[in-house]
Design a protein around this ligand. Structure first.
Ligand code: F6P
Length: 361
C-alpha cells in the first residue's frame, strides 16, 4: 500500500482535473490512498487543507476546466509571504514544516502538477529528500523537456475560435483588429492560432518586430482589395530595440512579471501610422478556461497514469514527459533547465511566411 499526495500549482490549465482523475483511479486500482493538497502546498502546511480523494470525488472531472484542488502562483514554500498583525509582510521559508507534515502523514510520494515555477519548487523538495514526481502543465507550451504540455491545445483552440469571429466584424468595418494572446516569453499560442485563424500579422517574442513592416503588410492588404487585417500579438512580443511591456509583478509573493499591454501599444502605432480604424482586445484568461480538448484530456490522463507508474517503480525526482509517441521521464533538474522557444527554422514558421503572414521582420 502506498499513500500519495497530489497538488496543482501555478496558473491553472485545462486538463488539470483529468490528471487528478487518472492519478486517483490508477492508485485506487492498486489499493493505494490518494490525498489532495489544496492550493498548491497549503494542504501540506495546514492539515485542514488536506483531504482524501476517492473515485467518487473525481467522477466526471476529466472534462472540466480549472482544478478541483485550487491553485496559486504566490505559494512558493521557500519564500512564502506572511502578513503579521501590524500588516507587515515578511517572506519566510516554510519548507521544513511541509516536509515534516509530509513525513508525519506517512506519505510515500508527492505528485506535483505544475509549470516551470512549480516544478522548480518540486525539485527543491526532492533535493531536501521528499520523494516527488512532477507532471508538466502550462498553456504556454514552453517546457523544453516535454514535446507538449496539456492546456496548450485548448488555449490555441480558444484563440483560433476568437480569430474566426473577429474576421467578420473586422471585414464589415474595414478595420484592423489587434489580438493579444498569452504565452509569456514563447510565441507558441500566437503562432499556432495565428496560422490556423488566418491572421495577416503574427508577432512572437522570438522575433523582435519592426512596426514599419507590420504597417506595410496592412497597407499591402489594402492594395489587394482586402480592407481589413488581423494582427496577433504574443504578450511577450518586443519591438526591435524596445522592452517587454508589463504591469510589474503586481502582487505580493509573486516573482514573475504580469505581462500585458503590447497589443494596445501595437494598435496605437498602427492607427497613427496607417490612419486605419484599429481596435485591440486581450484574450487573457479566456485562454485558460473551459473544457479541455480531446487532445489535452488524453495527454493529461496519460501523464497522470505515467506519474503513478513512476511512483510504482520508485523513480522519484523525475517529471513525466511526452517523448512522442511514447511517454518517458526526465529528472526535475533537466525539466526546469530551459524554456522552449519557437524554432525559427521549423516548418511552422516557414508555413506562416509561405502563406503570406508577416512576422514583423
Ligand atoms: O503561464 C500561464 C499564464 O497564463 C501566462 O500565459 C500568463 O502570462 C500568466 O500565466 C498569467 O498569470 P496570472 O494568472 O497570474 O494573471
Amino acid at each position: 500500500m502506498k499513500k500519495i499526495v497530489i497538488s496543482t500549482g501555478g496558473g491553472d490549465a485545462p486538463g488539470l482535473n483529468a490528471v487528478i482523475y487518472a492519478v486517483v483511479h490508477s492508485c485506487y486500482r492498486k489499493g493505494w490512498e490518494v490525498y489532495g493538497s489544496r492550493s498548491g502546498y497549503s494542504g501540506l502546511l495546514d492539515m485542514d487543507e488536506l483531504y482524501r480523494l476517492l473515485p467518487v470525488d473525481v467522477e466526471d472531472i476529466y472534462s472540466t476546466g480549472g482544478t478541483i484542488l485550487g491553485s496559486t502562483n504566490k505559494g512558493n514554500p521557500f519564500e512564502m509571504p506572511f502578513e503579521n498583525l501590524a500588516g507587515e509582510v515578511k517572506i519566510v521559508d516554510v519548507s521544513d514544516k511541509i516536509l515534516e507534515n509530509f513525513n508525519r502523514m506517512g506519505f510515500d510520494c508527492h505528485i506535483a502538477i505544475g509549470g516551470d515555477g512549480s516544478l522548480e519548487i518540486a525539485r527543491r523538495f526532492a533535493e531536501k529528500g521528499m520523494p516527488v514526481v512532477g507532471v508538466p502543465k502550462t498553456i504556454d507550451n514552453d517546457l523544453e523537456a516535454t514535446d507538449r504540455t496539456f492546456g496548450f491545445d485548448t488555449a490555441v483552440s480558444t484563440a483560433t475560435e476568437a480569430l474566426d469571429k473577429l474576421h467578420s466584424t473586422a471585414k464589415s468595418h474595414d478595420r484592423v483588429m489587434v489580438v493579444e494572446v498569452m504565452g509569456r516569453d514563447s510565441g507558441w499560442i500566437a503562432l499556432y492560432s495565428g496560422i490556423s485563424g488566418g491572421a495577416d500579422v503574427v508577432l512572437i517574442p522570438e522575433i523582435p518586430f519592426d512596426m514599419q513592416k507590420v504597417c506595410e503588410k496592412i497597407m499591402d492588404n489594402e492594395l489587394h482589395d482586402k480592407n481589413y487585417s488581423i494582427v496577433v500579438v504574443a504578450e511577450g512580443a518586443i519591438a526591435a530595440g524596445g522592452e517587454v511591456i508589463s504591469k510589474g509583478t503586481g502582487e505580493v509573493g509573486r516573482s514573475e512579471l504580469l505581462l500585458g499591454g503590447v497589443g494596445e501599444w501595437v494598435a496605437q502605432e498602427v492607427r497613427e501610422r496607417t490612419g486605419k480604424d484599429t481596435r485591440s482586445l486581450v484574450l487573457g484568461h479566456l485562454q485558460r478556461g473551459g473544457s479541455p480538448t480531446t487532445f489535452d484530456r488524453l495527454l493529461a490522463m496519460r501523464f497522470g497514469a505515467a506519474a503513478v507508474r513512476l511512483v510504482q517503480e520508485g523513480t522519484f525526482g523525475h517529471m513525466v514527459a511526452l517523448q512522442s509517441p511514447n511517454m518517458g521521464s526526465v529528472s526535475l533538474a533537466e525539466a526546469v533547465k530551459s524554456r522552449k522557444k519557437v524554432d525559427l527554422n521549423s516548418d511552422k514558421v516557414f508555413t506562416a511566411r509561405e502563406v503570406g503572414i508577416c512576422l514583423g521582420d
